[in-house]
Design a protein around this ligand. Structure first.
Ligand code: SF4
Length: 668
């Protein structure tokens, strides 16, 4: 008997129109857990580096995490993995909501698409009945509209529908997959779905999921629920409001946006408005939010209510959470009213709420600086907000300049030329980052920005406070009940961290401490992404209910896999290394691992080199960021080391090959 997982995947060949129900290997679950872990193994095995994102041979994998569908609180993530059209590296974007548990209840852990459908289709999964259905009547429809129409035509009001909008159909490189109350947005996975001709996947399941030790498992779930209640009543003092509690930052609950609006950058990630927030703005924005926010909502089996349904006057209702509340507003130098209204249209089009506003602000900056001209922008309105709507429409339809901008700032700048590359200044690995520019280099964030392969800083950080507390007595109070640390040394790291002086950024946390902190933070995110846990209850907030000490018990009693902290750490290291191996085989190298030039004003090249050298060594990677043969073999990834040797990526003495492959070089 399989526990927590169903033991079956759906294999859909879109070119042939075939559907297979395939039993998965339980040994793979033991080694790679599930979700991201087993997705990475499938991509390694079946998508060689020669396969382009829009090739029929690229796979698009929708996976429920290992513990999704069990009573574990907040365990509801769908992990979507493929090769990204924007970075040409592995993409693994997550969505919350309700889709993953529903897939489990229908009897499947993953849906794996290969090939391409000649016509637009959608997949309908109802327990054992699985059909590829015509979706030609849904062409051009919005993502939420599509979900509603599918539920109506199937007469299945409880079906969960993951769908793309026009952006995905037109292969916009930052197209998202929307799913009622969540979305998988980063790295253009919606474009791959559109390229495969899949408009949506609707699923309804009525089966049960078994857990190995129900009494122990439920006791653990109750402990988590109790802790969540306690933490909600006892917020962490001394940090900004959105970091005090659990959940994805509670943006839809808060009215006070002083911190974001005055610290994050406006426009094309350029302008900091230090005195923006005042009583008048506060009152106006509070009124806007109170008028349009119809209800606070949660994902499956979670009490946190991170999202909200928003109903702009005269527009359909949509769901919003987290910082996308402000991304359009700030990119357009506008107000919350505009931000919420345009976000409704953008959600129907199905685009990433982080990248899209930046791409539009980038386009307008090029126009203001004469690099794009009236000829490139025929008919563009003169007002700022009108321009954003105009550009959004052009991008999702890939019309005119929209066709260029639809490839993201990095590729658009290359195509436009005439110095446009200087304006695409906020990328890492060809992908737009948070519009944040700071003063002093932070060694922990430096490492995360450089080496993160999720390509989204908010999905790598967490656990360790972002800044030191001003007084030692506050730090002492903080560490007192910090039982989530994997090792007591982390408490000392924090206790000794000062805002100024010798023990402050950039030289403190020291190089070694920075490696330890980044590794811990990253490990927790990777565990979440395999078991399907929301980062908002585990890896992202400080002092979360899920941590390295109780996760092994969840996996043992839930999935029936004997687990302890060491084995779990090793498993996470295994598939994290496999993700890197996929990207290394696609040309990623040290030269690609750098934050945007202007992310920090004060830079320390020598220290930065040292940090990267030390972190690579710590992870068992060579000086070019390539996992060594020894590391790969020790993790049971000897098939990767053999492949690397065969391809000349590693040589017998484990140095990087003389071949200077890098993502940058390959495209030239
Ligand atoms: S913490 Fe928030 S984002 Fe996470 S599962 Fe719960 S409601 Fe969803």
């Amino acid at each position: 008997m399989r526990y927590a997982e169903t033991g079956f995947n759906l294999e859909i060949d879109l070119s042939r129109g075939s559907i297979e129900r395939v039993e998965s290997d339980p040994e793979l679950t033991e080694h790679f857990l599930g979700g991201l872990g087993t997705n990475a193994k499938i991509l390694w095995d079946r998508v060689p580096p020669e396969v382009e994102p829009f090739s029929p041979e690229n796979l698009l994998i929708f996976s429920a995490g290992l513990l999704c569908g069990t009573p574990a609180i907040g365990c509801n993530r769908t992990i979507v993995s493929t090769i990204s059209p924007q970075t040409k590296l592995m993409a693994y974007s997550m969505m919350g909501g309700f889709w993953a548990p529903e897939l489990k209840y229908a009897g499947y852990d993953k849906v794996i698409f290969r090939g391409k459908s000649p016509d637009l289709v959608y997949l309908w999964i109802k327990d054992d009945k699985v059909e590829i259905r015509d979706a030609s009547h849904l062409k051009g429809k919005g993502s939420n509209e599509t979900a509603d129409l599918i539920r109506q035509e199937l007469n299945e009001p409880k079906a969960q529908v993951a769908s793309i909008g026009m952006a995905g159909e037109n292969r916009v490189f930052f197209a998202s997959i929307e799913q009622g109350r969540s979305s998988a947005s980063r790295l253009g996975i919606g474009a791959v779905m559109g390229d495969k001709g899949v408009k949506a996947i609707a699923v309804r399941g009525t089966k049960d999921i078994n857990v190995a030790q129900p009494a122990e498992y439920l006791a653990l779930c109750n402990e988590v629920l109790e802790y969540i209640k306690w933490r909600n009543d006892n917020p962490v003092p001394g940090v900004m409001t959105i970091l005090q509690g659990l959940g994805s930052p509670q943006e839809m609950k808060v009215h006070d946006e002083k911190w974001h609006t005055e610290n994050f950058m406006w426009g094309n990630s350029r302008v900091r408005r230090r005195d923006f927030w005042n009583e008048g703005v506060a009152q106006k924005w509070a009124e806007t939010l109170d008028t349009m926010r119809t209800r606070l909502i949660s994902c499956f089996n979670c009490p946190m209510e991170c999202g909200a349904t928003i109903t702009p006057p005269g527009q359909p209702t949509f769901m919003m959470k987290c910082f996308s509340k402000l991304t359009y507003t700030m990119a357009a130098f506008s107000d919350l009213d505009f931000g919420l209204k345009i976000a409704q249209r953008a959600t129907e089009y199905g685009v990433d709420g982080f990248s899209t506003p930046q791409v539009m602000a980038f386009g307008l900056e090029l126009y203001e600086n004469g690099i794009l001209t009236d000829e490139d922008m025929p008919g563009m309105p003169s007002d700022n907000e009108g321009r954003f709507y105009w550009l959004l429409d052009k991008i999702v339809r890939r019309e005119g300049i929209g066709n260029v901008l639809a490839n993201g700032t990095y590729w658009a700048a290359k195509e436009i030329g005439k110095g446009a590359q200087e304006y695409a200044h906020n990328n890492i690995k060809k992908h737009e980052q948070l519009p944040l520019k700071l003063s002093m280099l932070n060694p922990v964030y430096f490492l995360m920005y450089c080496t993160g392969e999720k390509i989204n800083i908010t999905q790598i950080e967490g656990q360790f406070p972002q800044a030191p507390y001003p007084k030692r007595e506050h730090r002492e109070a903080f560490v007192k009940d910090w039982f989530q640390v994997p090792d007591e040394k982390f408490k000392q790291y924090f206790l000794d961290w000062e805002p100024r002086g010798e023990n402050s950024n950039p030289y403190y946390p020291t190089v070694q401490m920075s490696c330890d902190i980044v590794d811990w933070q990253e490990r927790m995110h990777y565990i979440d992404d395999a078991v399907g846990m929301c980062a908002g209850l585990s890896s992202f907030p400080m002092k979360p209910p899920y941590h390295i000490h109780n996760y092994p018990k969840f996996i043992t009693s839930g999935a029936g896999i004997e687990m302890d902290e060491e084995k779990l750490t090793q498993a996470a290291k295994r598939y994290r290394t496999l993700v890197r191996a996929i990207n290394i085989s696609r040309g990623m190298r040290r030269v690609d691992e750098k934050p945007p030039e202007n992310h920090w004003k004060k830079r320390f090249p020598e220290l930065e080199e040292k940090l990267l050298d030390a972190y690579y060594k710590f992870k068992g990677w060579n000086n070019d960021g390539i996992p060594t043969k020894e590391t790969l073999d020790e993790l049971g990834l000897d098939y990767v080391s053999k492949d690397f040797l065969k391809r000349g990526i590693l040589t017998e003495n484990e140095d990087a090959s003389s071949d200077e492959t890098s993502a940058e070089k390959e495209e030239e």
